[in-house]
Design a protein around this ligand. Structure first.
Ligand SMILES: Nc1ncnc2c1ncn2[C@@H]1O[C@H](COP(=O)(O)OP(=O)(O)OP(=O)(O)O)[C@@H](O)[C@H]1O
Ligand SMILES: [Mg+2]
Length: 253
């Protein structure tokens, strides 16, 4: 996978296994879980790139965190990219809400079954911590069918988020049982040093040890200046976690 991602060899291997299986008609689900800025979407990008290179059709759906999105919004986006039909109210029989929801979900699953029979598909569902409950129910339903389809799903979500309701947490736990959940930890010091070098900081190897605190500080600056939130800054000042984040010696493993 061509993307410059450091310290994620295990996760990239898992993605290769997922895509190889889906290409053979044994689909699956991988969910990346972790704190803000830890690299969840970057891994989903790497999956998308690898899948496209293997001839998959790739469709993204991203949950919308600012409110106002209709139910199933991430799925509507993904199905739109795949030119699959998303059922509208008129195609659902006038029955009670739960039965209507089941109809919508099973019709979407049918669309995906038919679409993936033609060519393998990767669906990326990003930021599920802010998805609506209906979208999570749909993912649970579809995830149960994946093992006989040419369909892979990569999903991401933050580990802790104030907007995660108990119902959503329960549904995410059910989804997790249908696939692989990979919790993303912080990068090892050696990978941080490689990342800093890749960002253009030139130092000789024999100076690396001496300069390691400076490398660490520089790495934090890069992470913190990225468009997204910084993993380090999410730690409360003075806590043990925050000290680990600050101190190069404390973070050695
Ligand atoms: N393993 C890595 N190697 C190099 N750069 C990385 C790595 N992981 C993340 N980054 C960089 O860190 C920044 C944040 O990554 P990313 O957007 O993937 O985080 P995220 O976990 O999806 O965050 P959020 O929870 O806010 O969506 C990006 O600029 C990305 O390029
Ligand atoms: Mg992200």
């Amino acid at each position: 996978m061509g993307h410059a991602l450091f310290g994620r060899d295990h996760e990239l291997d898992e993605l290769r296994v997922l895509l190889a299986g889906a290409a053979q008609g044994r689909g699956g689900l991988v969910m990346f879980v972790g704190e803000p800025g830890i690299g969840k979407t970057s891994l989903a990008d790497a999956a998308a790139e690898a899948a496209a290179a293997m001839g998959f059709r790739v469709a993204w759906g991203r949950a919308w965190e600012s409110g106002g999105a209709p139910p199933y919004f991430p799925w509507m986006q993904a199905l739109g990219v795949l030119a699959c039909r998303f059922p509208d109210a008129s195609s659902v029989a006038p029955i009670d809400a739960e039965a209507a929801r089941f109809q919508v979900i099973s019709m979407v699953a049918g669309e995906l079954r038919a679409a993936s029979a033609k060519a393998p598909i990767l669906i990326v569902l990003d930021d599920l911590h802010v998805a609506d409950l209906s979208s999570l129910r749909m993912l649970h339903f579809v995830a149960r069918e994946l093992r006989s389809l040419k369909l892979a799903i990569v999903a991401t979500r933050r580990d802790v988020d104030a907007r995660l309701t108990p119902e959503m947490a329960a549904m995410l736990a059910k989804i997790a049982r249908e696939g692989r959940t990979l919790e993303l930890g912080r990068l090892e010091r050696a990978d941080v040093a490689r990342l800093v070098r890749a960002e253009g900081v030139r130092i000789a190897d024999d100076l690396a040890v001496e300069l390691e605190p400076a490398i660490w500080k520089r790495a934090r600056a890069i992470r913190c200046s990225s468009a997204r939130s910084c993993a380090c800054s999410s730690r409360a000042p003075g806590t043990r976690a925050e000290r680990r984040c600050r101190s190069p010696s404390a973070s050695a493993r």
